[in-house]
Design a protein around this ligand. Sequence first.
Ligand code: PLP
Length: 382
Amino acid sequence: MVADSPVFREALIDLGALAANVAHLREVVGTEHVMAVVKANAYGHGAVECARAALDGGADWLGVADLTEAMQLRDAGIDAPLLAWLHDPDADFLPAIEAGVDIGVSSVSQLEAVGAARRELLSQGRLHGQAFVQLKLETGLSRNGISEPDWASAFTRARELERAGDIVVRGVFSHVSNASPQDDAAAIETFTRGLDAAAAAGLRPELRHLAASAAALRIPDARFNLVRLGIGIYGLSPFDDATSADLGLKPVMTLRGRVAAVRRVAAGTGVSYDYTYRTKGTTTLALVPLGYAEGIPRHASNQAAVTIGGQRFRISGRVAMDQFVVDVGDTPVQVGDEVVLFGDPATGVPSAEDWAEAAGTINYEIVTRIGHRVRRTYVGRP
Ligand SMILES: *Cc1c(COP(=O)(O)O)cnc(C)c1O
């Protein structure tokens, strides 16, 4: 990765690392299909660029939460197979069907809405292809999905719509809780019953999928013929007890900026709002121009560390909206110096996990919340 001169606030996104992570995970899980999950602006990394890199790395499906995210990828010219699974109660499925987006369906009313949208498109002479749906089953996460008592009627109705030519049921899927091996085993069992019930109703879904990164890596029985990989493709571990390196992954995002101000101060100087930090002796304070508007957790105040010139310094005082301060002691830090908040710990910088621990959260939240004022710079294009 090229570590050229930093800009004010910047997330370097290593697309080569992303493609390599996808290729590595694909090899490890060995499923027929791999879906790269690029929802939420690719966990803060940039949806369009990351989607392309994931496809280069060997993903054959893309997954997003909602239709707006799906259309953003289509508008960028990405025509790979694509599934969206969380919809507004009044969602208009018509543009997505026309754009060849698979609709994740969690209720009979959504099924009817997709069928109606396709009939409408056909009557307008606007569609020549099919409307593909993937049926989401509730298997214990208590989110969306068709629950077991409704399977028989939903599958029967799906088969009717399929025979009428309104829809094609391309997939059946669900999602696990990662609560415990026992809970995930129960979800696998429930999901398998769902597949059997779908088959009994005459459905022949080409795709059957249950696992996200964690289950894909640790529960072979959860893999079926497709896994949906999110956090892992960004080079981050879904586990508390395994690092990126342990999993053969390389973190994709490096968050950095430039020191915006430096001041030499006396002992006892209060730092940032509420003076939760006071200097112990004469020292140098460096101002880092990223704050909670950038997604830097305020909970990391006085906790998380950054590196400047290869040396680690802890945040001093409160993280503010636009900035925070670090006490660098007598280290000769200058305005314009590079500050790395997190990146690949193999290079000596803090990790997203270090920040997650400092803020009492998970690495997913650390990267996904990185805000709009941070410029994404793409390096290492495959
Ligand atoms: C976000 C999401 C994923 C990806 O999860 P990771 O833990 O990041 O791999 C997969 N499936 C569904 C339904 C999701 O919402």
